[in-house]
Design a protein. Structure first.
Length: 136
């Protein structure tokens, strides 16, 4: 796609990518902002996805690995982490790879955050019928 130039084009481009990456769970979360902060929803779609996620420098699965690490490091981002565990699986990461990435985060983020993130991953895996996860 040519670089979007208008505010509406940037939004539409980013929202299409957001919907493709985040699926219905992510869409429901971001759509819930419409009645309180439509500008925040616009910026997530237009900037975070239309500008950053759309960049060619990383493959989608690699972007998801980075995102899982960042959300784990931040802590308190469990709703977004749930969306991105699903997105990571959809992008081709396997459950053992997700678990390994979250285990790696314990070294730099601490056990509490790694445990919280792994608990979110377990919930997603359970919803998708992917439990138990084979050891790496």
């Amino acid at each position: 796609m040519d670089e979007a130039t208008t505010r509406t084009e940037r939004y539409e481009h980013g929202r299409a990518l957001f919907d493709a990456v985040s699926g219905p769970t992510g869409a429901a979360g971001i759509d819930a902002l419409a009645d309180v902060s439509p500008e925040l929803e616009h910026q997530v779609s237009a900037w975070a996805y239309g500008e950053i996620y759309a960049r060619p420098g990383l493959e989608p699965r690699d972007r998801q690995l980075v995102t899982l690490g960042m959300l784990t490091a931040l802590g308190g981002c469990e709703p977004q982490l749930e969306i991105h565990v699903n997105a990571a699986l959809d992008a081709g990461l396997t459950p053992p790879e997700v678990v390994e990435a979250l285990l790696q985060s314990a070294v730099y983020c601490g056990f509490p955050r790694a445990i919280n993130a792994t608990t979110v991953a377990k919930k997603v895996f359970g919803e998708r019928g992917l439990l138990p996860v084979a050891a790496v």
